[in-house]
Design a protein around this ligand. Structure first.
Ligand code: SAM
Length: 275
């Protein structure tokens, strides 16, 4: 595995993540052998605004049971399960971090969705799928770890059917000034690769996308971080309420600072591949 990728995997690997998650769910009375997608809603979305963001992005699309969707950088599969469980579509998730792929599979089995949701462990820059196989590509908060933006969006374009749709919800660069690290996606600048909003717009346009919806959601994202930090004021929150990252308070405080000072922006978008 390339060095940069290895650092990304190290950043996201949480040892004993599944055990702790199941213990936390059991402690609040959930049946951990038969979980619902709602049981997992507070635990399986590693992005700003959590499940609400996933619901909002999904509402911008017209997902149907016959659709096939790929989630790039799917984490532990929260969006994959939500989309398959809610709209009945077939979903494949791909993620670089082996531990996340394992947790994703385990949780999916426990929600009874394994017939509609499968996972691949691998890189977004080498998608192991045929050309033009997907109606939708979905991606939330993964591209900021990927330096090769043309490579990433070329892969996404390749696997989308003509008239297929890219749905994304992502953190982009704001005014260009430096971030204070760590942030939730990176301990230091080496694995943080934010692209300015206008550069991403241009790249997608050049790749042949019609940018049907492009919404700045930085303010609700900022409010989400304010609320998350308030909840963390309890010095020792119960197991089920602990964010799945080390040093969460510092990372969120730095992110709040970046969001409050236009160093990062959050965008959700619907982009249609024209040919
Ligand atoms: C912040 S998490 C978001 C996970 C998920 N999309 C969600 O919103 O819950 C970022 C994810 O991107 C994945 N990722 C980063 N670089 C990747 C790459 N080159 N290929 C595939 N996945 C990647 C990481 O392993 C991690 O799971």
């Amino acid at each position: 595995m390339a060095d940069g990728n290895q650092h990304v995997v190290e950043h996201y690997t949480i040892h004993q993540h599944l055990d702790q998650l199941l213990e936390g769910l059991a402690s609040i009375g959930k049946d951990i052998e038969h979980l619902s997608i709602d049981d997992l809603a507070s635990f399986d979305a590693f992005h700003l605004r959590g499940r609400t963001a996933t619901e909002q992005l999904a509402q911008l699309a017209n997902l149907q049971p016959q659709h096939e969707l790929l989630d790039v950088g799917c984490g532990i599969g929260g969006a994959c399960r939500y989309l398959a469980g809610t709209f009945g579509c077939q979903v494949i998730g791909i993620d670089l971090t082996p531990d996340f792929c394992h947790v994703a599979e385990q949780l999916t089995q426990r929600t009874g969705l394994s017939d509609r949701v499968t996972f691949h462990c691998g890189s977004a820059l080498e998608l192991p799928f045929d050309d033009e196989g997907f109606d939708f590509v979905w991606t939330e908060h993964a591209q900021m770890n990927i330096a090769d933006k043309p490579g990433l969006y070329q892969q996404i374009t390749r696997v989308l059917k003509p008239q297929g749709v890219l749905l994304f919800h992502d953190i982009l660069a704001g005014d260009g000034s430096d971030l204070t690290f760590p942030v939730p996606w990176a301990p230091n600048p080496s694995i943080s690769h934010l692209i300015p909003v206008d550069e991403l717009w241009m790249l997608l346009t050049e790749l042949g996308f019609d940018l049907e919806i492009w919404e700045d959601v930085s303010e609700p994202a900022r409010q989400f971080v304010v609320d998350a930090l308030e909840k963390m004021n309890d010095a020792s929150p119960p197991l089920h309420a602990r964010p799945p990252m080390n040093d969460a308070k510092t990372k969120l405080t730095n992110l709040l600072d970046a969001l409050s000072n236009d160093r990062v922006r959050v965008v959700q978008a619907v982009c249609r591949k024209l040919t």
